[in-house]
Design a protein around this ligand. Structure first.
Ligand SMILES: C[C@H](O)[C@@H](O)CC(=O)C(=O)O
Length: 315
């Protein structure tokens, strides 16, 4: 793995020099970042070999999308457990009684020994989020993701404070574009799970800054990956975080959304609920030429079929 992750195995000073610390020094200084990396150096090879053996923990969102029938949730969660998955996320926020019923189904299928999280995708106001999650607390969600506006840092802090006694953390970050926003979330104790997104952040350097800040605040990084090719990209960050920054897998897991991987040149592999470290060098995602050809708008055969079936009208 070392060859594929060479940039991530640079010495601490070299790696830290790739990060812009402007606006960050009240949360993490360059010297603190170097110290975090150096502290992990002596044991990083051991964590690298562990990852190569067992992989990195994933959680699945693919069983709990809004609109899935009770039967579909039961079927998919049962199948996921049979494949070794022990961490799950369910979408919430449309109807409370519907969420309570689906939460009950989830816990009946997976039990209370598995990790189960919920995601509201920015649906609620602050007090509404607190009330709604209080009603779901008996089902023991590890976190509520995006409970309110992704820009409302103080709102997230109020929700986190109110839900803390119930053992529910706040997760957010998929809409966060930069290190300054994450800095404030961390300083305000407004998130307990840091969900960097590989494509919404301003590049590798920006993500490395947030991973190092999260390590300083001892906040687990659990990357968002519920979109096209995000799993393929973000797995690298999780493995870097484990090997060089956090050094722990406690409450750390990377989202796995099981769609569209068949179009990737090097699709992610999940084995027994864990991401298998990629073997292809580089931080890249390639889409198969045949997929690009078939889905090119509007002449690609996939679009032509949709037009013929009347599902879409050609503009
Ligand atoms: C599919 C969208 O990107 C979004 O619903 C994914 C998401 O919020 C998540 O996976 O978390």
């Amino acid at each position: 793995m070392h060859s594929e992750y060479s940039i991530l195995f640079q010495d601490a000073e070299q790696l830290v020099n790739t990060i812009d610390f402007t606006y960050m020094s009240d949360a993490l200084t360059k010297e603190e970042a170097v110290a975090i990396l150096k502290k992990m150096d002596s044991t990083k090879a051991q964590r690298e070999s562990e990852l190569l053996k067992t992989g990195y923990p994933s959680y699945t969102t693919s069983c709990g999308w809004l609109g899935y029938s009770d039967e579909k949730i039961t079927k998919l969660a049962t199948e996921a457990m049979a494949e070794g998955t022990t961490r799950f996320k369910m979408k919430v926020g449309k109807d409370l009684q519907d969420d309570i019923r689906r939460a009950k189904i989830f816990r009946e299928v997976i039990g209370f020994d598995k990790i189960w999280c919920v995601d509201a995708n920015q649906k609620w106001d602050v007090q509404e989020a607190i009330d709604w999650m209080t009603a779901l607390a008996p089902y023991k969600p590890l976190w509520i993701e995006e409970p309110t506006s992704p820009d409302d840092i103080l709102g997230h802090a109020a929700i986190a404070k109110a839900l803390n006694p119930l053992g529910i953390g706040v997760a957010t970050g998929e809409m966060c574009q930069n290190r300054v926003m994450f800095k404030q979330f961390l300083q305000a104790n407004a998130l307990q799970f840091c969900q960097i997104d590989a494509c919404r952040m301003g590049g590798v350097n920006e993500v490395l800054a947030v991973i190092l800040m999260a390590a300083k605040f001892d906040v687990p990084v659990c990357p968002h990956a519920g979109g096209v090719a995000l799993c393929e990209l973000v797995q690298h960050y999780s493995m870097f975080d484990y090997i060089r920054c956090a050094g722990s897998l406690k409450n750390r897991m990377t989202e796995f959304a099981d769609h569209l991987h068949e179009h990737m040149l090097d699709p992610v592999t999940i084995n027994n609920g864990n991401y298998v470290p990629p073997k292809v060098p580089g931080f890249i995602v390639g889409i198969k030429p045949e997929s690009l050809r078939d889905y090119e708008y509007p002449e690609g055969p996939a679009w032509q079929k949709l037009f013929e079936e009347g599902l879409f009208e050609k503009e």
